[in-house]
Every structure is written in structure tokens, then in C-alpha cells.
Design a binder for this molecule. Structure first.
Ligand code: NAD
Length: 488
């Protein structure tokens, strides 16, 4: 990958950022999913690198936490400016490394910059309360204090944004952070962040990036001195991370998978609903945790809805988003494309009707609509993480709500209806962390609480004010001018 600016290769090629750039124990090749072309290589970290990375972070954090808030905020503003100044190269890099469209990359970079700006802003918000005191001569207060070191484990689908939404607020609020990006996207998901903080003048050791897969991830979760883990990824790995964090009594924020319901009632504008539904299922090839995983459509309108959705799906051009004008790019890897295809085939074998798609060439899976999907079929039960829209028939409003909640997941949800009253009535009954009336399921902005219920998370919420709760803990402090005397 040739680039001037933050991603200039001389600085990081073959290295990991253990508070400073170090040669890796081995190399991790980073490949473009659309072509297989090698984009670069980073250095792999070893699990036994962690104690030294943690020791360095501990020393740096103690200094960082006592920097005046305005100085920390100024540094964050510089990070935002650096990313903005390198916009063109970063967008190209996100497109090539994640296989996403240019528009997706723009949303990702803009969201990343928003996270930084919001993190600079929370620094100058009140950081505690004055409490009622039982002794008039003493002041009683509650103050928010940083946790210490926060470990961040991020996925490959929106690697920059999903890392930064934890990294930025955690560092802003006085913590040091050790990030482990997914090994498929360590340049935009790790190098770019490290270079931006480094160029902005963040003291060495406050931010580190360790590269690798499960063994390095587990070593980070277990590392002595790491007080919290924020993990974004699959529910299966989230359970493992939660188990290890529990064993070591660490705070853990788990942002996991989803199977989000997209309900279409019989009074909906079907063209608009199908447009939203297509976006919800096919954006970034469906590789989004909030993807519309089940289209739950009122029996009266289901045939017309499937017809429109099928027309839209069949018209979406598929190909290499870096070199062609397409709407659907590649699936991240061969294992995932085989999994998507298996889910579609098994569902068809179980009685679902293939309205369009269901085939692939290389890494490119055609947008697929599956009609008459029912409980028990893989397309009904499993998170697909591919461009597949399963359509399920609902008999009425109550049945739609029942189906929507017929899942262990609870990340997002949406209702399409011509009646605001009906929309509110249905949306209130959906068990999910996010729900949108007359929109689709994919929405994430820095100022709103983001997180899932059920198997989609463990109750953590990211976003602006909520970040105080995630990345600090309370300390009760009392202070008096004179020492208190006791009967002893
Ligand atoms: P994944 O769980 O396979 O990997 C996520 C991260 O965990 C990667 O960095 C990976 O290297 C690391 N990892 C893997 N095994 C580990 C272990 N044993 N210990 C510690 N770390 C380990 O997920 P993925 O395939 O990268 O991402 C897709 C999944 O992520 C989907 O289920 C999707 O819904 C979910 N996701 C959730 C959100 C959200 O905000 N809720 C956002 C994006 C993706």
C-alpha cells in the first residue's frame, strides 16, 4: 500500500506499536478481499509481549491521567485534524482492506472523527458530584477516576470506527489503551490509529497496538494490570472473553452479534420499505452486526414486498469497489462465503424459496432474497453476515412482535408503517438496544447510546455521556480542614 501521510509504510511496515514501533515476532500479510492482492504487512505480537506492553502503559497512564483536561482535549482535536487531512488515502485504505464501498468508508471515517471530537468534548464536562455531608465541617464528593489500562478487541467489518469508539473515550478519560485489531484489517484498524495519536503527540505508552488472533486476544484479556476489556465481535468469542474477564474480575463490555428484525406492516409504503430493507440487508454485503437479519412482513403485503425487494436486489451491481462502480463488494474471506452459501442452501432444502441470488463467483456473493423462511430454518435462526434477506410471513401485528422477539439476540430493530401510533406501539414491544420507526436497522452515531440486549451484549452502552460510565469508576472522597477526633 503506497501512501503519503499517516500510512506512509516506512514507519510501520512489518511492525507492531508496543508504545513504540517494534519488529514483530512474525509477519501478518494484509490482503485485499476483492483481489487477494497483498496490501502490506504488520508485525505479529506474541502473548508473552503483553507484560512489557502493560508495564509501559501503566507508567504512561499515571502521567497521562493527571494532565489537565484542556491539554488532553487539544490533543484529541489534533488527532481529528490529522485524520481529516489524510482523508483521501484513509478512505482508499478502508475500501481496499475491508472490501467496502467508498460511501461505507466515508461513513466509517466520519464516524471515527466524530468519536474523537465527542471524546474531546466529554473531557470538559462535570466529572463528579458534591454529595450531602453528614458532618457540616466536611465536604463529601464523588469523583470519576480512570480505570487504568483498557484492552480493546475489535472486528474487521468497521475496523477503524469500532476500535475508535472505545479507544478515543477511554484515552480521553485518562486511561491507557492496548488495542488488538482483527488480523485481517490491522492497517486501518490499528496502524492508522497509532500513527494519528503518535503524530498528535500522545505520550508514548498511553496507546499501544498488539497484532494477532485469538492467542494474543486471550493474553490481553488475562494480562495482569489490564482493568477492563471492551470486545466487539461474535457472540461465541464474546462468551469466551466474558468468561476469562470474569475469572480475573475485570470489567467487560461486550458488543456482539445480531439477527435484527425489520417489520413491514400492511399499511407501510412498500417501495420505501423495500428500499430500507435492501439497505439494511445488503449494505457492506450484510457484514454488519445491526443488519436487517429477518424481514417480518404482514401476510397482506408480503408478495408485493418480496417482488419489489427482489427487483432491487437483482439490480445491485456486484464487484470490486476500489476499481468499479458497484453496490455490493466482496465477502471478507473464503470461509465466510462458504458459510453464507451453506445457510442459503440448507434453508432452501428446508423449504425456503429462493427469489433471487444464491450464487457466488470468487469472493462476490449475489444479493439474495429468501421467501417463506420459517422458524427452525438456518436463515431464521443464525446470524448470516452476508448479503441475504430472509423474509418471514407474519399473520398480524402481534405475530410480527412475537417473531421479532423470537431470538436470543437483541441488537437493533425497525418497523415500517403508515401510522406513527402503530409504529410506537410495535417498537415499544421489541426487545433490542436500538429500534427505529420508518427506518432500517443500521444506525450508529457517537452521541446516542449503542449496545445490545440478550445475546447481543452484556448491557454495556457506548456513546458520548455513556462513555463516562464505561471508562471510569467512582471514588467517594471526603475532605475536612481539621482531623476528625474519635472516642478511641
Ligand atoms: P470474531 O468474534 O471472530 O472476532 C472479533 C475479534 O476477536 C477479532 O479481533 C479476533 O481476532 C478476536 N478474537 C478471536 N478469538 C478470540 C479469543 N478467543 N479471545 C480474544 N479475542 C479473540 O468476530 P468477527 O468475525 O471479526 O466479526 C463479526 C462478528 O462481530 C459478528 O457476529 C458481528 O455481529 C459482530 N459485531 C458486533 C458489533 C456490535 O457493535 N455489536 C459490531 C461489529 C461486529
Amino acid at each position: 500500500m503506497n501512501s503519503s501521510g499517516l500510512l506512509e509504510t516506512d514507519r510501520w511496515h512489518g511492525k507492531a506499536f508496543h508504545g513504540e514501533w517494534v519488529q514483530g515476532a512474525a509477519k501478518i500479510d494484509v490482503r485485499e478481499p476483492a483481489t487477494g492482492e497483498k496490501l502490506g504487512e504488520v508485525g505479529e505480537s506474541r502473548p508473552d509481549d503483553l507484560p512489557a506492553v502493560v508495564a509501559r502503559a501503566q507508567a504512561a497512564q499515571a502521567e497521562w491521567a493527571v494532565q489537565p483536561a484542556e491539554r488532553r482535549a487539544a490533543l484529541f482535536r489534533r488527532v481529528a485534524q490529522l485524520l481529516e487531512a489524510d482523508r483521501g488515502a484513509l478512505i482508499d485504505a478502508i475500501v481496499r482492506e475491508t472490501g467496502g464501498l467508498r460511501g461505507k468508508a466515508e461513513v466509517e471515517l466520519n464516524g471515527t472523527i466524530d468519536e474523537i471530537i465527542h471524546s474531546a468534548a466529554i473531557l470538559v464536562q462535570p466529572e463528579g458530584h458534591i454529595l450531602p455531608s453528614r458532618d457540616a465541617s466536611r465536604l463529601s464528593l464523588a469523583r470519576r477516576v480512570p480505570l487504568g489500562i483498557v484492552g480493546v478487541i475489535a472486528p474487521w467489518n468497521f475496523p477503524m470506527l469500532l476500535a475508535m469508539r472505545s479507544v478515543a473515550p477511554a484515552i480521553a478519560l485518562g486511561n491507557a489503551v492496548i488495542l488488538k485489531p482483527d488480523p485481517q484489517t490491522p492497517i486501518v484498524g490499528g496502524v492508522a490509529l497509532a500513527r494519528a495519536f503518535e503524530e498528535a503527540g500522545l505520550p508514548a505508552g498511553v496507546f499501544s497496538v498488539v497484532n494477532g488472533g485469538a492467542s494474543v486476544g486471550e493474553a490481553l484479556v488475562e494480562a495482569r494490570g489490564v482493568r477492563m476489556i471492551t470486545f466487539t465481535g461474535s457472540t461465541a468469542v464474546g462468551r469466551r472473553v466474558g468468561e476469562l474477564a470474569g475469572k480475573h474480575l475485570k470489567r467487560v463490555a461486550l458488543e456482539l452479534g445480531g439477527k435484527s428484525p425489520f417489520i413491514v406492516l400492511d399499511d407501510a409504503d412498500l417501495e420505501a420499505a423495500a428500499s430500507a430493507g435492501a439497505w439494511g440487508s445488503f449494505l457492506h454485503q450484510g457484514q454488519i452486526c445491526m443488519a436487517s437479519g429477518r424481514h417480518i412482513v404482514h401476510r397482506k403485503v408480503v408478495n408485493e414486498y418480496v417482488e419489489i425487494l427482489t427487483r432491487k436486489a437483482a439490480a445491485l451491481p456486484v464487484g470490486d469497489p476500489y476499481r468499479e462502480q458497484v453496490a455490493i463488494g466482496p465477502i471478507i474471506n473464503a470461509k465466510q462465503i462458504a458459510r453464507v452459501d451453506q445457510i442459503v442452501k440448507d434453508s432452501v432444502a428446508a423449504g425456503a424459496k429462493l427469489a433471487t441470488g444464491g450464487t457466488y463467483k470468487g469472493p462476490f456473493y449475489k444479493p439474495t432474497v429468501l421467501h417463506q423462511v420459517r422458524s427452525g430454518m438456518p436463515a431464521y435462526e443464525l446470524e448470516i453476515f452476508g448479503p441475504v434477506a430472509p423474509v418471514i410471513v407474519a399473520e398480524d401485528e402481534d405475530d410480527a412482535v412475537r417473531i421479532a422477539n423470537d431470538t436470543d439476540y437483541g441488537l437493533s430493530g425497525a418497523v415500517q408503517t403508515g401510522s406513527l401510533e402503530r409504529g410506537l406501539r410495535v417498537a415499544r414491544r421489541i426487545r433490542s438496544g436500538l429500534v427505529h420507526i420508518n427506518d432500517q436497522t443500521i444506525n450508529d452515531v457517537a452521541e446516542c447510546p449503542f449496545g445490545g440486549m440478550g445475546a447481543s451484549g452484556n448491557g454495556s452502552r457506548f456513546g458520548s455521556m455513556n462513555n463516562w460510565d464505561e471508562f471510569t469508576e467512582w471514588q467517594w472522597m471526603t475532605v475536612g480542614g481539621k482531623p476528625t477526633r474519635y472516642p478511641f
